[in-house]
Design a protein around this ligand. Sequence first.
Ligand code: AMP
Length: 117
Amino acid sequence: MAGEAQSDCLFCKIVAGEIPATVLRRTERTLAFRDIAPKAPTHVLVIPHLHYPNAAELAAAEPAVAGELLAEAGRVAEEAGLKDYRLIFNTGAGAGQTVFHAHVHLLGGKPMTENMV
Ligand code: AMP
């Protein structure tokens, strides 16, 4: 069922504590942990405990939780002392998504002035 933990999902296993991660913040509904292959000095993933395959599906079903992801990303940035940072939601393999459990990438700590948009 939508929102339920999936036995074959890496991030559901991290939420459940079955796979280790460097957790920075945990709330009742979200988890923030360091990306295992950082692309910037600060590279943190913020995910909902609930399993949805991407950010749009999460937002459609659980808009408050989608909002909490963004608020939590802001808190992680603040705790890391970041004033400038980038938030990225990859959606679909063609856009670089490799883990199909909604997550936002928080990237910061280096200049990121090149833009796709
Ligand atoms: P995406 O490519 O947008 O689906 O992002 C998935 C991210 O998860 C990638 O940046 C990976 O480096 C990261 N990742 C994969 N496995 C782990 C893990 N065990 N712990 C932390 N991050 C991971």
